[in-house]
Write a protein that binds this ligand. Structure first.
Ligand SMILES: *Cc1c(COP(=O)(O)O)cnc(C)c1O
Length: 395
């Protein structure tokens, strides 16, 4: 069987990097734990393997699978999404360079860029990425230290406000200014959206989320479609060493094989839950790109295959109502993270986004974020119905 870039998504997900093991015929490639490799004479490497930090067959298999699904030439797997982001910035930016990022960026991304790398001379400006004129102005202005903008960094849909940005238009804004467009594709996953095909230069993933998909492994990735960028990112992956370990890479690969079927169910469940939420009197606003009421619904339809499993909802009863619902479900588990097969609920202002409280990136206190899992949707809605009843009795 010939697997090519023209094979369907699920075929690539299952077969890319996953050829059977030639000696035994094992259909699932063996998990390689070895940290070092025997040499046939000094420098006589078999298949290029030398030491586990530089390369490992299980990690290579995952990297090949990731590149095939994002339509990139090279992928690099890291120990977490933030380790991937850190390596990317160190590979391609220098002190004085400037990043324009979304004003509702994932809190951990902002903490890394502002709180850690800021001290090393990386400047940043946070703006509304859906407002392209504002982005263009921030890119042109550069850093307060006079540094020029090297990266435009976007999450779409964004976390937790579910804003959708036009990737192709943003790529043009970035390229016009000589900057690169970085897309954090964690929320959509390559099944729903492939930013490299729309003109983005670099993909970032927290593979902890939909790609791993089972809430049992932390990881991250960088994907590019350019040999020169790949050489630089690969050098930092090797020289700094925040690689994913063999077991993590194996679990991520196993999850990634079923991404397509999971994303279909996540998306279908979330659509039904979002429609139900929109009909409830307790709700002030539902943020889900699949709803016609979403301000960028038409763009989302054009840019995404379906709309994913993430929903944010704001309550008329304010923070008290949001907190009450968050603490009253039983199928939805109150927990950080997202993208697993089990439904999760998060109160961002005190949980995932606590690090941006009091800044311009702060999230509304009457908001909860739902990660709709792949359980039976009737049970998800019944769980929410039960939790909503708690608001009534509380007020
Ligand atoms: C979780 C997350 C990250 C960070 O990834 P880790 O694997 O937790 O380090 C980055 N971006 C987005 C959108 C995320 O949800």
């Amino acid at each position: 069987m010939v697997i090519s870039e023209n094979s369907g998504f699920n075929t690539r997900a299952i077969h890319a990097g996953q050829a059977f093991e030639p000696r035994t015929g094992a259909v699932v490639p063996p998990l390689h734990f070895s940290s070092t490799y025997a040499q046939d004479g000094i420098g006589g490497l078999r298949e290029g393997y030398e030491y586990g930090r530089s390369a490992n067959p299980t990690r290579d298999a995952l990297q090949e699978q990731l590149a095939a699904l994002e339509g990139g030439s090279h992928a690099f797997s890291f120990s977490s999404g933030l380790a991937a982001e850190d390596a990317l910035i160190k590979a391609l930016m220098r002190p004085g360079d400037h990043i324009v990022l979304g004003n509702d960026a994932y809190g951990g991304t902002y903490r890394l860029i502002n709180g850690v790398l800021g001290d090393w001379g990386i400047g940043n400006t946070a703006v509304d990425m859906a407002d392209l004129d504002t982005v263009r102005a921030a890119v042109a202005a550069g850093g307060t230290n006079g540094g020029s903008t090297r990266f435009v960094w976007v999450e779409t849909p964004s976390n937790p406000m579910m804003k959708v940005t036009d990737i192709a238009a943003l790529a043009e804004v970035a390229h016009d200014a000589g900057a690169l467009l970085v897309v954090d594709n964690t929320f959509a996953s390559p099944y729903l959206q492939t930013p490299l095909a729309l003109g983005a230069d670099i993909i970032i993933h927290s593979t902890t989320k939909y790609i791993g998909g089972h809430s049992d492994v932390v990881g991250g990735a960088v994907v590019v479609n350019d040999a020169e960028l790949a050489t630089k990112v690969g050098f930092v992956q090797f020289a700094v060493g925040a690689i994913s370990g063999p077991m993590d890479a194996f679990l991520t690969t196993r999850g990634l094989k079923t991404l397509g079927v999971r994303m279909d169910r996540h998306s279908d469940n979330a659509m039904a839950v979002a429609q139900w939420l929109e009909g409830r009197s307790e709700v002030e606003a539902v943020h889900y790109p699949g709803l016609p009421s979403h301000p960028s619904h038409e763009l989302a339809k054009k840019q995404m295959k379906k709309f994913g499993g993430m929903i944010s909802v704001q309550f008329k009863g304010g923070a008290a109502a949001a907190r009450k619902v968050a603490e009253s479900t039983s199928v939805f588990t109150l927990a950080e993270s997202l993208g697993g097969i089990e439904s999760l609920m998060n109160y961002p202002s005190e949980m995932t986004h606590a690090s941006v409280k009091g800044t311009e990136l702060a999230v509304p206190e009457n908001l909860i974020r739902l990660s709709c899992g792949i359980e039976d949707v009737a049970d998800l809605i019944a769980d929410l119905e039960h939790a909503f009843a708690a608001i009534g009795s509380a007020s």
